[in-house]
Design a protein around this ligand. Structure first.
Ligand SMILES: NCCCNCCCCCC(=O)CS
Ligand SMILES: [Zn+2]
Length: 665
């Protein structure tokens, strides 16, 4: 299934008609540069174009009051003075004779997107709209927003398609207070937002934007606010919040639909956000959401005011929705102290609502909530001073071109096992290099003349080489001895290939401690038995009471341990081995493959035992980029597993900074 793109140039036909410094950044070019970038990169043609429609009164009344709607309806006939007067009653927004029409199209675009996804016409999609929506409230416009596009779309999805649970992820740099107010007492809509806050000093300067606004009444726990109390937040800060707050909660919530308030003022170069996260980060944020809700992801444009980073970020998002592998998450560092403080505060505030956070630490000793008041007083005192408008020009390298290999998934299967469609059967066509053959014979083959084991191993090596050359994206190999095959491909990768190799081993089994201490390989093994090998920086045995068969425990160890380390390690190749009788079920296996594909540009090599034929279909489906089936709402992990993962995290966070979930005192 494809990716919808909804855009109509009519939404460029309104603009600011008078002088207002706060509003001058919201210009029609925001939409034109975004759409043109998608056209120039050829991505618009790869999408399924869906036309906009005009929202009806009933659509708008799902969220807004009649009196507000009646008021906005009069604006097309107003004179300039009347428009200015009408605008005065709201903050940081402007009206225009054509903005009501465009606001109805922005809603209609969002509803068309929901229809296309919910009817299965497409898998996911993006709506390029203006005016944005997430600040507008039941009876008020705010922050360039007239109607709340995403809030209306979420209510529409529930009403029209009986959607039980909607996750709204708001990665715009402003707090979508309009969305929070709309759903704060509603447990069927989980609203997650991070936003520049600076201890309530940044617009819209609301006390209720802080981490302790968790929702009200039966909606308690379903509103998650992550305040950024400093600017210059980077990719590592964003990813650590996904790994340690959003994703665990989202998997526990198990939404039927994911809506994204896709604002790109959180990217580097934006005058509002003043953050440092690079446009490619949106490929990873999007990818990490695509295995939720069976892949039903609807992204709707909100903010984004630097026309260069906006266009690049939109392209990164759409390219990932199209299924292209994400770029390498290069040089991730440690989250900054302020981000870790916020992370700790949010997890602490929510531990009573989510089992995945129940073990979260207390509020940091430097309880940042009191800073809010003190800082406010200081600001008042010193406010007399100049507001430094130091907007030095930010520069960043353009995201790397993401070339999709000609072959998406190659498979090496024993005769008699049919090749899954869209996969390509692979065998090392050229006679294997005699050197390789000898090495295989002496190191890996018990009886040296086992010809088809030799053929399989040399195919395996050939596959790894083609992945390194980006001729093949991912591979699946059925082997007789998984351990031996793993050793073989890791040895080959460690010597012949230039890249680091992440080895993920699912299930018991002796994993030769071939993790060279030089960091060429990072081995993470999930099993139910204590590993006899010593744990180290590059060999991490994760012992789970019921191994991979306990879904919550396994998912939490993937999200909270494996992904943070994997992203920080940034391998060129991922080897994923399913040991015999690992106990892992297909849907969890598919989640694991889907999530790991965010690494190594999707170069993941899966090894399974020959008799694992039943798993070939599901594995191939995930390797081809299809969304994994939803796991359903997750219950609590076993206490032993929580304990194991937490102690492992504490031991390793000195090495792997993305494992941190608290600000060191
Ligand atoms: N009044 C001093 C400056 C105010 N700047 C904030 C303007 C609203 C931004 C809203 C937005 O970006 C929507 S995503
Ligand atoms: Zn914004």
């Amino acid at each position: 299934m494809g990716t919808a793109l909804i855009y109509d140039e009519e939404m460029t036909k309104y603009k600011l008609l008078w002088v207002d410094p706060a509003c001058k950044i919201e210009v029609p070019e925001r939409l034109t540069v975004s759409h043109e970038a998608l056209v120039e990169t050829g991505m618009a043609d790869r999408c399924i174009s869906i036309p906009v429609r005009e929202a009806t009164d009933a659509d708008i009344l799902l969220v807004h009051s009649e009196e507000y709607l009646e008021g906005v309806k009069t604006t097309p006939y107003m004179t300039l003075e009347e428009l200015q007067e009408f605008t005065q009653q709201y903050g940081d927004v402007y009206f225009h004779p054509n903005i009501y029409h465009c606001a109805k199209l922005a809603i209609g675009a969002s509803l068309q997107l929901v229809d296309s996804v919910m009817t299965g016409k497409v898998r996911n999609g993006m709506a390029l709209v203006r005016p944005p929506g997430h600040h507008s409230m039941r009876s008020a416009a705010s922050g360039f927003c007239v109607f709340n596009n995403v809030a209306i779309a979420a209510r529409y999805a529930k009403q029209q398609y009986g959607v039980q649970r909607v996750l709204i992820v708001d990665w715009d740099i402003h707090h979508g207070q309009g969305v929070q107010y709309c759903f704060e007492d509603d447990p069927s809509v989980l609203y997650f937002s991070w936003h520049r806050y600076e201890h309530q000093d940044f617009w819209p300067q609301l006390r209720e934007s802080d981490f302790d606004s968790v929702g009200k009444m039966k909606g308690a726990g379903f509103n998650v606010n992550v305040p950024w109390n400093k600017v210059k937040m980077h990719n590592s800060d964003y990813l650590s919040v996904f790994f340690h707050v959003l994703l665990p909660v989202a998997y526990e919530f198990s939404p039927d639909l994911v809506m994204v308030c896709a604002g790109f003022d959180s990217a580097i170069g934006d005058p509002e956000g003043e953050m440092c996260a690079t446009p490619d980060i949106f490929a990873h944020l999007t990818h990490l959401l695509m295995n939720l809700a069976g892949g039903k992801v609807c992204a709707v444009l909100e903010g984004g005011y630097n026309l260069t980073s906006l266009a690049q970020s939109v392209c990164q998002t759409v390219q990932t929705l199209l299924g292209d592998p994400a770029p390498r998450p290069a040089n991730l560092g440690s989250p900054c102290k302020s981000a870790l403080e916020s992370l700790q505060c949010v997890r602490s505030a929510h531990r009573q609502y989510w089992t995945c956070l129940k073990h979260a630490a207390d509020l940091p000793t430097s309880d940042i909530s009191t800073k809010r008041i003190k800082l406010k007083e200081e600001k008042e005192k010193m406010f007399k001073g100049e507001q430094d408008e130091s907007t030095e020009e930010k520069v960043w390298t353009q995201p790397p071109k993401r070339v999709t290999p000609p072959i998406r998934t190659a498979v090496v299967l024993p005769d008699g096992v049919t090749c899954p469609d869209q996969c390509k059967r692979f065998s090392s066509s050229a006679d294997p290099d005699p050197l390789v053959v000898n090495k295989l014979r002496e190191n890996y083959l018990k009886d040296g003349d086992d010809s088809n084991a030799l053929a399989t191993l040399s195919s395996l090596i050939g596959l790894a080489d083609k992945m390194e050359k980006n001729e093949i994206c991912s591979g699946l190999v059925l082997v007789r001895d998984v351990s031996m095959a793993m050793m073989c491909v890791v040895q080959h990768a460690a010597t012949a290939l230039s890249n680091r190799v992440l080895v993920v081993c699912v299930g018991d089994g002796k994993v030769q401690n071939y993790c060279s201490q030089d960091g060429k390989t990072l081995v993470v093994q999930f099993s139910s038995r204590k590993s006899e090998e010593e744990e180290s920086r590059y060999y991490i045995p994760v012992c789970l009471k019921k191994g991979c068969s306990d879904v919550p425990g396994f998912i939490h160890s993937i999200l909270g341990l494996l992904l943070p380390m994997g992203y920080e390690y940034d391998p060129g190749l991922v080897v994923l081995a399913q040991m015999p009788d690992s106990g892992i079920c297909d849907s969890v296996w598919q989640q694991l493959i889907g999530l790991l594909q965010g690494l190594a540009q999707g170069h993941i090599l899966v090894l399974m035992k020959e008799d694992g034929r039943a798993c070939v279909g599901p594995t191939a489906s995930s390797l081809l980029g299809n969304a994994a089936p939803s796991l359903g709402q997750l219950h609590a992990s076993l206490p032993e597993d929580v304990e194991a993962v937490e102690s492992l995290r504490h031991r390793l966070e000195g090495y792997w900074k993305l494992l941190q979930t608290t600000a060191a005192d």
